[in-house]
Design a protein around this ligand. Structure first.
Ligand code: HEM
Length: 419
Protein backbone atom coordinates (compact mmCIF):
# COMPACT_ATOMS: atom_id res chain seq x y z
CA UNK A 1 0.00 0.00 0.00
CA UNK A 2 2.29 2.78 1.21
CA UNK A 3 5.71 2.81 -0.40
CA UNK A 4 7.86 2.33 2.69
CA UNK A 5 5.57 1.07 5.41
CA UNK A 6 7.54 -1.98 6.37
CA UNK A 7 10.61 0.06 7.24
CA UNK A 8 8.67 1.44 10.20
CA UNK A 9 7.91 -1.90 11.74
CA UNK A 10 11.00 -4.05 11.37
CA UNK A 11 14.24 -4.14 13.27
CA UNK A 12 16.40 -4.11 10.17
CA UNK A 13 18.08 -0.76 10.85
CA UNK A 14 20.46 -0.74 13.77
CA UNK A 15 22.51 2.21 14.88
CA UNK A 16 24.05 3.98 17.84
CA UNK A 17 21.57 4.26 20.72
CA UNK A 18 20.46 7.37 22.47
CA UNK A 19 23.12 9.94 21.71
CA UNK A 20 22.97 10.59 17.97
CA UNK A 21 20.69 13.46 16.95
CA UNK A 22 17.86 12.08 14.84
CA UNK A 23 16.59 15.30 13.27
CA UNK A 24 17.93 14.35 9.85
CA UNK A 25 16.47 10.83 10.16
CA UNK A 26 13.05 12.34 10.89
CA UNK A 27 13.32 14.27 7.62
CA UNK A 28 14.53 11.23 5.68
CA UNK A 29 12.30 8.54 7.17
CA UNK A 30 9.11 10.50 7.90
CA UNK A 31 6.31 8.45 9.46
CA UNK A 32 8.52 5.35 9.76
CA UNK A 33 11.14 7.10 11.89
CA UNK A 34 9.62 6.78 15.38
CA UNK A 35 8.14 3.25 14.95
CA UNK A 36 11.55 2.10 13.63
CA UNK A 37 13.38 3.70 16.57
CA UNK A 38 10.97 2.05 18.99
CA UNK A 39 11.29 -1.32 17.28
CA UNK A 40 15.01 -1.32 18.10
CA UNK A 41 14.42 -1.58 21.83
CA UNK A 42 12.89 -4.54 23.65
CA UNK A 43 10.64 -2.17 25.62
CA UNK A 44 9.27 -0.40 22.53
CA UNK A 45 10.50 2.90 23.95
CA UNK A 46 12.82 5.05 21.80
CA UNK A 47 15.65 7.00 23.45
CA UNK A 48 17.00 9.53 21.02
CA UNK A 49 17.77 13.21 20.39
CA UNK A 50 15.75 15.59 18.22
CA UNK A 51 16.71 19.21 17.46
CA UNK A 52 19.60 18.77 19.89
CA UNK A 53 17.36 17.72 22.77
CA UNK A 54 16.98 14.45 24.62
CA UNK A 55 13.75 12.77 23.46
CA UNK A 56 11.86 9.65 24.52
CA UNK A 57 9.28 8.12 22.15
CA UNK A 58 6.29 6.18 23.53
CA UNK A 59 3.32 4.46 21.93
CA UNK A 60 0.01 2.85 22.86
CA UNK A 61 -3.07 3.58 24.99
CA UNK A 62 -1.24 3.38 28.35
CA UNK A 63 1.53 5.59 27.03
CA UNK A 64 -1.11 8.08 25.85
CA UNK A 65 -2.66 8.14 29.35
CA UNK A 66 0.81 8.75 30.80
CA UNK A 67 1.58 11.47 28.21
CA UNK A 68 -1.69 13.37 28.74
CA UNK A 69 -1.24 13.55 32.52
CA UNK A 70 -0.14 17.16 33.17
CA UNK A 71 1.82 15.97 36.20
CA UNK A 72 4.05 14.17 33.70
CA UNK A 73 4.16 16.17 30.48
CA UNK A 74 3.50 19.81 29.67
CA UNK A 75 3.55 21.73 26.41
CA UNK A 76 5.30 24.97 27.39
CA UNK A 77 8.60 25.22 25.42
CA UNK A 78 7.88 21.86 23.75
CA UNK A 79 6.77 23.08 20.32
CA UNK A 80 9.77 24.06 18.20
CA UNK A 81 9.80 27.53 16.62
CA UNK A 82 9.74 26.20 13.03
CA UNK A 83 6.42 24.51 13.86
CA UNK A 84 5.01 27.58 15.65
CA UNK A 85 6.13 29.85 12.79
CA UNK A 86 4.20 27.80 10.24
CA UNK A 87 1.56 25.44 11.58
CA UNK A 88 0.25 26.83 14.88
CA UNK A 89 1.39 30.44 15.17
CA UNK A 90 3.53 31.82 17.99
CA UNK A 91 2.15 31.36 21.52
CA UNK A 92 -0.93 29.52 20.28
CA UNK A 93 -3.20 27.44 22.53
CA UNK A 94 -1.04 24.39 21.73
CA UNK A 95 1.82 25.90 23.77
CA UNK A 96 -0.14 26.65 26.97
CA UNK A 97 -0.67 24.63 30.14
CA UNK A 98 -2.93 24.71 33.19
CA UNK A 99 -5.43 27.56 33.66
CA UNK A 100 -4.08 29.66 30.79
CA UNK A 101 -4.65 26.69 28.49
CA UNK A 102 -8.12 25.97 29.83
CA UNK A 103 -9.18 29.60 29.35
CA UNK A 104 -7.85 29.85 25.75
CA UNK A 105 -9.17 26.39 24.83
CA UNK A 106 -12.67 27.53 25.78
CA UNK A 107 -12.91 29.58 22.55
CA UNK A 108 -12.55 26.40 20.50
CA UNK A 109 -14.67 24.19 22.72
CA UNK A 110 -17.55 26.68 22.76
CA UNK A 111 -17.52 27.54 19.05
CA UNK A 112 -16.33 24.63 16.88
CA UNK A 113 -16.77 21.52 19.03
CA UNK A 114 -20.57 21.77 19.44
CA UNK A 115 -21.05 23.02 15.85
CA UNK A 116 -19.78 19.98 13.96
CA UNK A 117 -23.00 19.47 11.99
CA UNK A 118 -23.24 23.16 11.11
CA UNK A 119 -19.63 23.18 9.92
CA UNK A 120 -20.30 20.08 7.81
CA UNK A 121 -23.46 21.71 6.41
CA UNK A 122 -21.44 24.71 5.19
CA UNK A 123 -18.81 22.43 3.66
CA UNK A 124 -21.52 20.37 1.95
CA UNK A 125 -23.21 23.48 0.51
CA UNK A 126 -19.86 24.73 -0.81
CA UNK A 127 -19.18 21.24 -2.29
CA UNK A 128 -22.55 21.22 -4.10
CA UNK A 129 -21.87 24.71 -5.53
CA UNK A 130 -18.41 23.71 -6.71
CA UNK A 131 -19.48 20.43 -8.30
CA UNK A 132 -22.22 22.18 -10.27
CA UNK A 133 -19.54 24.41 -11.81
CA UNK A 134 -17.24 21.55 -12.94
CA UNK A 135 -17.12 21.15 -16.72
CA UNK A 136 -17.48 17.63 -18.14
CA UNK A 137 -14.11 16.18 -19.12
CA UNK A 138 -12.08 18.86 -17.34
CA UNK A 139 -9.67 17.46 -14.74
CA UNK A 140 -10.34 18.37 -11.12
CA UNK A 141 -7.58 17.93 -8.53
CA UNK A 142 -9.62 16.73 -5.56
CA UNK A 143 -7.08 17.86 -2.93
CA UNK A 144 -6.99 21.46 -4.23
CA UNK A 145 -10.72 21.61 -4.89
CA UNK A 146 -11.55 20.30 -1.41
CA UNK A 147 -9.23 22.93 0.12
CA UNK A 148 -11.11 25.71 -1.72
CA UNK A 149 -14.51 24.22 -0.87
CA UNK A 150 -13.75 23.95 2.85
CA UNK A 151 -12.15 27.41 2.90
CA UNK A 152 -15.34 28.89 1.48
CA UNK A 153 -17.61 26.88 3.81
CA UNK A 154 -15.49 27.44 6.89
CA UNK A 155 -15.13 31.22 6.42
CA UNK A 156 -18.90 31.49 5.97
CA UNK A 157 -19.45 29.48 9.14
CA UNK A 158 -16.84 31.47 11.10
CA UNK A 159 -18.28 34.85 10.00
CA UNK A 160 -15.05 35.78 8.21
CA UNK A 161 -15.88 37.86 5.11
CA UNK A 162 -14.19 36.33 2.06
CA UNK A 163 -15.04 37.36 -1.51
CA UNK A 164 -15.22 34.37 -3.91
CA UNK A 165 -12.32 35.77 -5.94
CA UNK A 166 -10.03 35.50 -2.89
CA UNK A 167 -10.92 31.89 -2.03
CA UNK A 168 -8.16 30.22 -4.12
CA UNK A 169 -5.39 32.43 -2.68
CA UNK A 170 -6.55 31.98 0.92
CA UNK A 171 -7.00 28.21 0.47
CA UNK A 172 -3.50 27.91 -1.01
CA UNK A 173 -2.03 29.79 1.98
CA UNK A 174 -3.90 27.67 4.54
CA UNK A 175 -2.68 24.48 2.85
CA UNK A 176 0.88 25.85 2.61
CA UNK A 177 1.02 26.43 6.40
CA UNK A 178 0.31 22.74 6.98
CA UNK A 179 2.41 21.46 4.11
CA UNK A 180 5.60 23.21 5.19
CA UNK A 181 5.78 22.73 8.96
CA UNK A 182 8.01 19.66 9.01
CA UNK A 183 10.53 20.36 6.30
CA UNK A 184 13.32 22.84 5.64
CA UNK A 185 13.65 24.62 2.30
CA UNK A 186 11.07 26.12 -0.07
CA UNK A 187 7.99 24.41 1.43
CA UNK A 188 8.91 25.81 4.83
CA UNK A 189 9.49 29.34 3.53
CA UNK A 190 6.19 29.24 1.63
CA UNK A 191 4.49 28.24 4.88
CA UNK A 192 6.05 31.14 6.80
CA UNK A 193 5.12 33.66 4.12
CA UNK A 194 1.56 32.30 4.01
CA UNK A 195 1.27 32.61 7.80
CA UNK A 196 2.54 36.20 7.71
CA UNK A 197 -0.08 37.16 5.11
CA UNK A 198 -2.97 35.46 6.86
CA UNK A 199 -2.11 36.71 10.35
CA UNK A 200 -1.99 40.27 8.94
CA UNK A 201 -5.35 39.77 7.19
CA UNK A 202 -7.20 38.37 10.19
CA UNK A 203 -5.45 40.70 12.66
CA UNK A 204 -6.86 43.66 10.70
CA UNK A 205 -10.27 42.06 10.65
CA UNK A 206 -10.26 41.69 14.45
CA UNK A 207 -9.12 45.32 14.81
CA UNK A 208 -12.03 46.43 12.59
CA UNK A 209 -14.46 44.37 14.69
CA UNK A 210 -13.19 45.93 17.89
CA UNK A 211 -13.41 49.42 16.35
CA UNK A 212 -17.03 48.75 15.42
CA UNK A 213 -16.33 49.06 11.67
CA UNK A 214 -17.44 45.44 11.18
CA UNK A 215 -20.19 43.86 13.27
CA UNK A 216 -19.85 40.08 13.29
CA UNK A 217 -22.87 37.85 13.76
CA UNK A 218 -23.15 37.02 17.45
CA UNK A 219 -21.77 33.61 18.37
CA UNK A 220 -19.58 33.22 15.27
CA UNK A 221 -15.93 32.28 15.69
CA UNK A 222 -14.93 35.81 14.57
CA UNK A 223 -17.15 37.29 17.27
CA UNK A 224 -15.93 34.86 19.98
CA UNK A 225 -12.22 35.28 19.23
CA UNK A 226 -12.48 39.08 18.97
CA UNK A 227 -14.16 39.26 22.40
CA UNK A 228 -12.14 36.54 24.14
CA UNK A 229 -10.21 37.55 27.26
CA UNK A 230 -7.14 35.80 28.64
CA UNK A 231 -7.13 34.28 32.12
CA UNK A 232 -5.63 37.49 33.56
CA UNK A 233 -8.13 39.79 31.83
CA UNK A 234 -6.80 41.38 28.64
CA UNK A 235 -8.16 40.77 25.14
CA UNK A 236 -5.96 38.77 22.81
CA UNK A 237 -3.67 41.05 20.83
CA UNK A 238 -4.86 41.32 17.20
CA UNK A 239 -1.97 39.05 16.16
CA UNK A 240 -2.82 36.41 18.74
CA UNK A 241 -6.53 36.65 17.86
CA UNK A 242 -5.52 36.05 14.24
CA UNK A 243 -3.39 33.07 15.32
CA UNK A 244 -6.35 31.44 17.07
CA UNK A 245 -8.84 32.27 14.28
CA UNK A 246 -6.37 30.58 11.96
CA UNK A 247 -6.24 27.65 14.39
CA UNK A 248 -9.93 27.16 13.65
CA UNK A 249 -10.00 27.72 9.89
CA UNK A 250 -6.58 26.32 8.91
CA UNK A 251 -6.94 22.80 10.40
CA UNK A 252 -10.52 22.55 9.12
CA UNK A 253 -9.21 23.20 5.62
CA UNK A 254 -6.58 20.51 6.23
CA UNK A 255 -9.48 18.05 6.07
CA UNK A 256 -8.78 18.30 2.31
CA UNK A 257 -5.97 15.77 2.97
CA UNK A 258 -8.56 13.23 4.10
CA UNK A 259 -10.94 14.10 1.22
CA UNK A 260 -8.14 13.30 -1.23
CA UNK A 261 -7.50 10.09 0.73
CA UNK A 262 -11.22 9.29 0.41
CA UNK A 263 -10.80 9.51 -3.38
CA UNK A 264 -7.76 7.27 -3.12
CA UNK A 265 -9.61 4.70 -0.96
CA UNK A 266 -12.70 4.56 -3.18
CA UNK A 267 -10.48 4.11 -6.23
CA UNK A 268 -8.29 1.44 -4.63
CA UNK A 269 -11.13 -0.47 -2.92
CA UNK A 270 -14.26 0.30 -5.00
CA UNK A 271 -16.30 -2.22 -2.97
CA UNK A 272 -16.86 0.54 -0.36
CA UNK A 273 -18.57 2.85 -2.83
CA UNK A 274 -21.96 1.14 -2.89
CA UNK A 275 -22.42 1.17 0.86
CA UNK A 276 -21.35 4.78 1.13
CA UNK A 277 -23.71 5.75 -1.69
CA UNK A 278 -26.65 4.33 0.21
CA UNK A 279 -26.10 7.12 2.74
CA UNK A 280 -26.13 4.75 5.76
CA UNK A 281 -24.89 7.23 8.43
CA UNK A 282 -23.24 4.53 10.57
CA UNK A 283 -21.19 3.30 7.61
CA UNK A 284 -20.29 6.86 6.56
CA UNK A 285 -19.04 7.53 10.10
CA UNK A 286 -17.06 4.27 10.14
CA UNK A 287 -15.53 5.22 6.76
CA UNK A 288 -14.51 8.63 8.19
CA UNK A 289 -12.82 6.97 11.19
CA UNK A 290 -11.01 4.45 9.02
CA UNK A 291 -9.73 7.25 6.74
CA UNK A 292 -8.30 9.01 9.80
CA UNK A 293 -6.81 5.80 11.23
CA UNK A 294 -5.38 4.31 8.07
CA UNK A 295 -3.95 7.24 6.14
CA UNK A 296 -0.98 9.32 7.33
CA UNK A 297 -1.33 12.83 8.71
CA UNK A 298 0.04 13.87 12.15
CA UNK A 299 3.00 11.49 12.79
CA UNK A 300 3.56 12.20 16.50
CA UNK A 301 3.00 14.89 19.11
CA UNK A 302 5.43 16.16 21.70
CA UNK A 303 5.59 17.60 25.20
CA UNK A 304 8.22 18.12 27.89
CA UNK A 305 8.77 16.01 31.02
CA UNK A 306 7.95 18.20 34.05
CA UNK A 307 10.20 16.15 36.35
CA UNK A 308 12.24 12.95 36.29
CA UNK A 309 9.78 10.28 35.18
CA UNK A 310 9.67 6.54 35.01
CA UNK A 311 7.72 4.82 32.25
CA UNK A 312 7.64 1.06 32.82
CA UNK A 313 11.17 1.09 34.13
CA UNK A 314 12.48 3.45 31.40
CA UNK A 315 13.93 6.70 32.73
CA UNK A 316 12.69 9.97 31.26
CA UNK A 317 14.80 12.84 32.63
CA UNK A 318 13.24 16.17 33.63
CA UNK A 319 12.91 18.54 30.61
CA UNK A 320 13.36 15.72 28.06
CA UNK A 321 11.00 15.81 25.09
CA UNK A 322 8.34 13.10 25.29
CA UNK A 323 7.01 12.03 21.89
CA UNK A 324 3.75 10.14 21.46
CA UNK A 325 3.76 8.02 18.31
CA UNK A 326 0.30 8.58 16.72
CA UNK A 327 1.06 6.82 13.44
CA UNK A 328 2.47 3.80 15.28
CA UNK A 329 -0.56 3.73 17.61
CA UNK A 330 -3.04 3.82 14.72
CA UNK A 331 -1.16 0.95 13.02
CA UNK A 332 -0.49 -1.20 16.07
CA UNK A 333 -1.18 -4.84 15.23
CA UNK A 334 -2.31 -5.59 18.81
CA UNK A 335 -4.89 -2.80 18.74
CA UNK A 336 -6.21 -3.15 15.20
CA UNK A 337 -5.52 -6.72 14.13
CA UNK A 338 -4.89 -6.03 10.47
CA UNK A 339 -3.70 -2.42 10.61
CA UNK A 340 -2.64 -2.14 6.97
CA UNK A 341 -6.02 -3.30 5.66
CA UNK A 342 -8.49 -0.48 4.93
CA UNK A 343 -11.61 -1.82 6.61
CA UNK A 344 -14.27 0.72 7.73
CA UNK A 345 -16.35 -2.16 9.11
CA UNK A 346 -13.96 -2.38 12.06
CA UNK A 347 -15.68 0.73 13.46
CA UNK A 348 -19.26 -0.50 13.03
CA UNK A 349 -21.03 -1.16 16.33
CA UNK A 350 -17.89 -0.27 18.26
CA UNK A 351 -17.58 2.44 20.88
CA UNK A 352 -14.25 4.16 20.46
CA UNK A 353 -12.45 4.70 23.77
CA UNK A 354 -10.73 8.03 24.46
CA UNK A 355 -7.26 6.46 24.12
CA UNK A 356 -8.01 4.12 21.22
CA UNK A 357 -8.11 6.05 17.93
CA UNK A 358 -5.62 8.92 18.01
CA UNK A 359 -5.18 10.76 14.67
CA UNK A 360 -6.15 13.99 16.44
CA UNK A 361 -4.74 13.23 19.87
CA UNK A 362 -6.20 11.25 22.79
CA UNK A 363 -8.08 11.66 26.06
CA UNK A 364 -10.62 14.41 26.68
CA UNK A 365 -10.47 17.64 24.64
CA UNK A 366 -12.27 19.47 27.48
CA UNK A 367 -9.48 18.84 29.97
CA UNK A 368 -6.35 18.27 27.87
CA UNK A 369 -4.82 19.12 24.48
CA UNK A 370 -6.87 16.72 22.37
CA UNK A 371 -8.06 18.36 19.16
CA UNK A 372 -11.33 20.28 19.65
CA UNK A 373 -12.08 20.00 15.92
CA UNK A 374 -12.43 16.21 15.80
CA UNK A 375 -16.26 16.11 15.67
CA UNK A 376 -16.21 18.71 12.86
CA UNK A 377 -13.65 16.72 10.86
CA UNK A 378 -15.65 13.50 11.25
CA UNK A 379 -18.89 15.28 10.28
CA UNK A 380 -17.28 16.88 7.21
CA UNK A 381 -15.79 13.58 6.10
CA UNK A 382 -19.06 11.74 6.64
CA UNK A 383 -20.87 14.25 4.45
CA UNK A 384 -18.25 14.77 1.75
CA UNK A 385 -17.31 11.09 1.37
CA UNK A 386 -20.95 10.20 0.64
CA UNK A 387 -21.12 13.02 -1.91
CA UNK A 388 -17.91 11.80 -3.52
CA UNK A 389 -19.17 8.20 -3.64
CA UNK A 390 -22.39 9.35 -5.33
CA UNK A 391 -20.55 11.32 -8.00
CA UNK A 392 -19.97 9.73 -11.42
CA UNK A 393 -16.36 10.32 -12.37
CA UNK A 394 -13.37 8.81 -14.16
CA UNK A 395 -9.89 8.53 -12.70
CA UNK A 396 -7.29 9.24 -15.41
CA UNK A 397 -3.77 7.75 -15.22
CA UNK A 398 -1.79 9.56 -12.54
CA UNK A 399 0.75 9.07 -9.76
CA UNK A 400 -1.26 7.98 -6.70
CA UNK A 401 1.77 7.00 -4.61
CA UNK A 402 1.69 8.14 -0.98
CA UNK A 403 5.29 8.58 0.16
CA UNK A 404 5.63 8.05 3.90
CA UNK A 405 8.92 9.93 3.84
CA UNK A 406 7.01 13.15 3.22
CA UNK A 407 5.39 14.80 6.25
CA UNK A 408 2.57 15.49 5.77
CA UNK A 409 2.08 12.73 3.17
CA UNK A 410 -0.48 13.00 0.38
CA UNK A 411 -1.29 11.26 -2.91
CA UNK A 412 1.37 12.62 -5.30
CA UNK A 413 -1.19 13.72 -7.91
CA UNK A 414 -3.60 15.19 -5.37
CA UNK A 415 -6.12 12.69 -6.84
CA UNK A 416 -7.31 13.87 -10.23
CA UNK A 417 -10.81 13.03 -11.46
CA UNK A 418 -12.96 14.03 -14.42
CA UNK A 419 -16.77 14.14 -14.41
C1 HEM B 1 -7.35 17.27 9.28
C2 HEM B 1 -7.95 17.55 10.39
C3 HEM B 1 -7.27 17.66 11.71
C4 HEM B 1 -6.21 16.94 12.22
C5 HEM B 1 -5.44 15.80 11.56
C6 HEM B 1 -5.93 17.47 13.53
C7 HEM B 1 -4.97 16.97 14.38
C8 HEM B 1 -4.67 17.50 15.62
C9 HEM B 1 -3.69 16.98 16.51
C10 HEM B 1 -2.82 15.74 16.29
C11 HEM B 1 -3.65 17.80 17.59
C12 HEM B 1 -2.69 17.71 18.77
C13 HEM B 1 -3.32 17.09 19.97
C14 HEM B 1 -2.38 17.15 21.14
O1 HEM B 1 -1.36 17.83 21.09
O2 HEM B 1 -2.65 16.51 22.15
C15 HEM B 1 -4.61 18.85 17.37
C16 HEM B 1 -4.82 19.90 18.23
C17 HEM B 1 -5.63 20.96 17.92
N1 HEM B 1 -6.51 21.06 16.87
FE1 HEM B 1 -6.77 19.71 15.41
N2 HEM B 1 -6.81 18.49 13.79
C18 HEM B 1 -7.63 18.63 12.72
C19 HEM B 1 -8.69 19.49 12.60
C20 HEM B 1 -8.96 20.51 13.47
C21 HEM B 1 -10.06 21.43 13.37
C22 HEM B 1 -11.20 21.36 12.37
C23 HEM B 1 -9.90 22.35 14.33
C24 HEM B 1 -10.82 23.49 14.59
C25 HEM B 1 -11.08 23.94 15.74
C26 HEM B 1 -8.69 22.01 15.08
C27 HEM B 1 -8.14 22.73 16.11
C28 HEM B 1 -7.14 22.27 16.94
C29 HEM B 1 -6.63 23.00 18.08
C30 HEM B 1 -7.06 24.40 18.52
C31 HEM B 1 -5.70 22.17 18.70
C32 HEM B 1 -4.89 22.48 19.96
C33 HEM B 1 -5.66 21.96 21.16
C34 HEM B 1 -4.95 22.16 22.45
O3 HEM B 1 -3.74 22.40 22.46
O4 HEM B 1 -5.64 22.10 23.48
N3 HEM B 1 -8.17 20.88 14.53
N4 HEM B 1 -5.25 18.64 16.17
Amino acid sequence: MFDDVKAGHTVRMRGPRGVVDSSLSVLLEGYAWLPARRARSASGVAHTRVLGQRAVGLCGPDAARFFYDQDHVRRHTAIPWPVQNTLFGRHAVHTLDGEAHRCRKDVFLKTVTPAAEEVAGHAAAAWDDAVSSWRPGEPVVLFDEAARIITRGMCRWAGVPLPDADVPRVAADLVAMVDGFATPGPRHWRARAARGRREAWLGQLVTSVRAGAIVPTSGTALDAVSRHREIDGPELTPRLAAVELLNIIRPAVATCWFVAYAGHALHTWPQHRQRLRSGDPAYAEAFAHELRRFYPFAPFIGGRAVRDLDWRGERIPKHAMVLLDLWGHNHDEDLWGDPYTFRPERFLGRDIGPFELVPQGAGDPYTNHRCPGEPAVVAMLRTLAVRLARLDYEVPDQDLAIALRRIPARPASGFVLTT
